[in-house]
Design a protein around this ligand. Structure first.
Ligand SMILES: Cc1cc2nc3c(=O)[nH]c(=O)nc-3n(C[C@H](O)[C@H](O)[C@H](O)COP(=O)(O)OP(=O)(O)OC[C@H]3O[C@@H](n4cnc5c(N)ncnc54)[C@H](O)[C@@H]3O)c2cc1C
Length: 353
């Protein structure tokens, strides 16, 4: 029953590709699994790194995880999930979750609430029903995405080839027979399986996949001379009235997230100055000198999760090629594009192979 001969070639070492390796390993104990990753590191859109300007470890983007995200939670068993979410509206701080549903939807889907595909809203509502407080608990990363989420998933492949970028492929009839990377070509045996764990844009470019529209997320990190606190020492704050949607405190790092941010036409410095004033105003402080900052703009943070894109998302992990299967956050039609969807997609693809 367990295959020994076939090799699973996973293209993309983000959280979905790494999860695919894990779930395939559970099913095919002796299989050979190779991950090919274009970048020099694993993690894709989810990783942390040492920022030389700030002289701190930061995440490529602060990631928040809800208690409802069961697969991500398995990786975060020792981590603190906060029970309450605080918001600042009309200059008042409150924790009435239900009042801020449109703002929360914007954060979950990285898409304006009115544009979000109805079927996605329905499936989210069904998954969260009966909306227990435990499902609304929240965790946020603190410069430790690689350590907390990527490292535990990294040991399931026999080989990880970083710096290997897939450029094209060839096929015979309905089977892929050769993968062409920047570092060389891989001939496939007849039983070999290819799993695309590529982001939607790269999948479109290489495999002629659907053409999606994407939304940007901008993250801004400030390193303060003394740790800044939010009112009542809360660790993070949602601000529906502000440009800075979320403010997260991690010792002397203040991290700000702005969803659906492609229409903001400010330079990095203008944006950092503007957002820094908002951060200071939360505490009633007058704007002070701009501390060292880092602005990270992710143009294709997620696909826009609207009706047009929803139709384009694949119905299953199968493709027109017999030996090519799909995973990746964008491939899970019933999930928002997020870490949970990415892991679930890795699990799903293991059922097909
Ligand atoms: C700014 C930002 C904020 C986010 N915030 C949250 C959040 O708060 N909560 C949450 O749950 N999710 C959040 N997400 C979404 C989450 O990061 C993604 O859903 C998840 O990381 C997607 O994983 P993936 O493996 O599907 O795709 P990716 O991480 O994109 O992985 C694809 C991999 O393929 C590699 N690759 C690309 N082209 C090639 C090629 N030709 N050959 C080989 N390899 C290739 C890439 O380098 C990458 O490693 C956020 C994302 C961003 C960008």
């Amino acid at each position: 029953m367990f295959s020994t001969s076939k090799t699973f070639h996973i293209i993309g070492g983000g959280i979905s590709g790494l999860s695919a390796a894990k779930f395939i390993r559970q099913k095919h104990k002796n299989a050979r699994i190779i991950i090919y990753e274009a970048a020099a590191h694993l993690g894709g859109r989810c990783f942390s790194f040492y920022d030389h300007k700030l002289q701190r470890n930061i995440d490529n983007a602060t990631h928040a995880v809800l208690g409802a995200n069961s697969e991500v939670k398995k990786l975060l068993t020792n981590e603190k999930f906060y029970k309450k979410i605080f918001f600042r509206k009309d200059k008042q701080i409150h924790s009435r979750f239900w009042q801020e549903v449109p703002f929360i939807l914007l954060s979950i889907f990285n898409t304006q609430p009115k544009q979000i595909a109805k079927s996605l809203l329905m499936s989210l509502a069904c998954k969260l029903f009966p909306f227990l407080p435990a499902q609304r608990k929240i965790y946020f990363s603190q410069g430790d995405l690689t350590e907390k989420l990527i490292a535990p998933l990294s040991g399931f492949a026999n080989e990880v080839k970083t710096g290997w970028k897939l450029q094209s492929f060839t096929s015979v009839e309905d089977k892929i027979n050769k993968l062409k990377f920047n570092q060389g070509e891989i001939e496939l045996s007849k039983d070999d399986i290819v799993i695309s764990a590529l982001d939607a844009h790269q999948y479109q470019q290489i495999f002629n996949g659907p053409q999606f529209k994407f939304n940007q997320i901008t993250d801004i990190y400030f390193r303060t001379s003394v740790p800044l606190t939010l009112p009542n020492n809360i660790p993070f704050l949602g601000s529906p009235d502000n440009l800075a949607d979320w403010i997260f405190i991690n010792q002397d790092i203040v991290a700000v997230t702005i969803s659906d941010s492609q229409d903001i036409k400010l330079s990095d410095e203008e944006l950092a100055r503007f957002v820094w004033q908002e951060v200071r105003s939360v505490n009633g402080l007058t704007p002070a000198f701009l501390p060292p900052y880092r602005v990270l703009k992710h143009k294709r943070a997620t696909i826009r999760q609207d009706e047009k894109n929803q139709i384009l998302r694949p119905k299953s992990a199968q493709t027109q090629y017999q030996n090519l299967f799909l995973c990746g956050d964008w491939t899970m039609k019933d999930y928002p594009c997020c870490l949970e969807g990415a892991i679930q997609s890795g699990k799903r693809v293991s059922h097909y192979v």
